[in-house]
Design a protein around this ligand. Structure first.
Ligand code: NAP
Length: 257
C-alpha cells in the first residue's frame, strides 16, 4: 500500500529535501505541496505547489494520509487544525512554538489523528537527549551550559533542539533557573546557561558542557547536512499512518520508548 503524503513549506529548505526523500521510496507518493510563494511551480510527478489557503480542499481531493509540516509556528498551528479536521495524520518539524501553541495543537490532534511532533528528527540528536540526561544525573553539582549554533536565516532562538535539551537537563537536575546569554557583572549561580550562535550556513550544532572541579565533559552533536532531518521526518510519515490517534515523539518512531 502506498502512503500518500502532502508537504507544507514545500519550497523551503527542509520541504525541498523532504520531497526528494519521498521520491526515493516506491511505497511513498507525494500528492500535494503547499507554500506561500511559487504557487503552480512543479514539484515533480505532476504535482504543483498549491496555495496554503486552499489546504483543506487540496488535502481532500488528493486523499493525503499524512501532512509533513516544516513552516512557521503560526502557519503550523493553523495547518494542524485543517489536517486534523480532515483526518489527515501529521509530522510536525517546525520549531519555536509557545506553550499555548503546543497545547492548542495537542487539543485538536487528540482523539482524531496521529501526529509525530519533534524539534529534531535526526537519530543522533534523539540519542544526544538521552546521553545528556545520563550525564546530568551522574555529574551532580557540575555547572551546565548549553551552546547551539545555526545558520544566519534561522528564525527562533534558542533552537527547538536546545530548548528540549534544557527541559531534559532541568528535569534531571531539578534546576529551574535558566539564563540566556550573559552580560555585565555578577557570578554564576546554579542556573543552566544557554547560548545561541547565528552565523553563515551552519546546519546545526548542539553542545552540552558539564564542568566541575578540575574537569569538563562536553557532549556534542553536529549535523553535516539537513539530510538526517529529512530522512527522519519521512520515516515518521510512514510510521504515523499505522498507530492510534495521539501525539508521538521521534523516540516512539525509533522504537526507543
Ligand atoms: P524555510 O526555508 O524558511 O522554509 C519554510 C517554508 O514554509 C517557506 O518556503 C515558507 O514560505 C513556507 N511557509 C510559510 N507559511 C506557510 C504556510 N502557511 N503554508 C505553507 N508553507 C508556508 O525554513 P526551514 O529551514 O525549512 O525550516 C522550517 C522549520 O523547520 C523551522 O521552524 C525550523 O526550525 C524547523 N526545522 C526543524 C527540523 C527538525 O528536525 N525538526 C530540522 C530543520 C528545521 P515563504 O518563504 O514564502 O515564507
Amino acid at each position: 500500500m502506498t502512503v500518500k503524503i502532502a508537504v507544507a513549506g514545500s519550497k523551503g529548505r527542509m520541504g525541498q529535501l523532504i520531497i526528494e526523500e519521498i521520491r526515493r521510496f516506491e511505497d511513498l507518493e507525494l500528492v500535494a505541496g503547499f507554500d506561500l510563494l511559487g504557487v503552480g511551480a512543479p514539484l515533480g510527478g505532476g504535482v504543483t505547489v498549491s496555495d496554503a489557503s486552499d489546504m483543506a480542499d487540496v488535502l481532500r481531493k488528493s486523499r493525503a494520509q499524512v501532512l509533513i509540516d516544516f513552516t512557521t509556528p503560526v502557519a503550523t498551528v493553523e495547518n494542524v487544525g485543517v489536517a486534523a479536521d480532515l483526518g489527515v495524520n501529521l509530522v510536525v518539524g517546525t520549531t519555536g512554538f509557545s506553550e499555548d501553541q503546543k497545547k492548542e495543537m495537542a487539543r485538536v490532534i487528540e482523539g482524531r489523528v496521529a501526529a509525530v511532533i519533534s524539534p529534531n528528527f535526526s537519530i543522533g540528536v534523539n540519542l544526544f537527549w538521552k546521553l545528556i540526561e545520563v550525564a546530568a544525573r551522574s555529574l551532580a553539582g557540575y555547572d551546565i551550559e548549553v551552546i547551539e549554533a545555526h545558520h544566519r536565516n534561522k528564525m527562533d532562538a534558542p533552537s527547538g533542539t536546545a530548548a528540549e535539551a534544557v527541559r531534559v537537563l532541568a528535569r534531571a537536575t531539578g534546576r529551574d533557573e535558566i539564563v540566556y546569554g550573559r552580560e555585565g557583572q555578577g557570578l554564576r549561580g546554579d542556573e543552566i546557561g544557554v547560548h545561541a550562535v547565528r552565523a553563515g550556513d551552519i546546519v546545526g550544532d548542539h553542545t552540552v558542557l558539564f564542568a566541575g572541579p578540575g574537569e569538563r565533559l562536553e557532549i556534542k552533536h553536529q549535523a553535516h547536512s539537513r539530510q538526517a532531518f529529512a530522512s527522519g521526518a519521512v520515516r515518521a510519515a510512514r510510521w504515523v499512518t499505522s498507530v492510534p490517534s495521539g501525539v508521538y515523539s521521534m523516540d516512539d518512531v525509533l522504537g526507543k520508548k
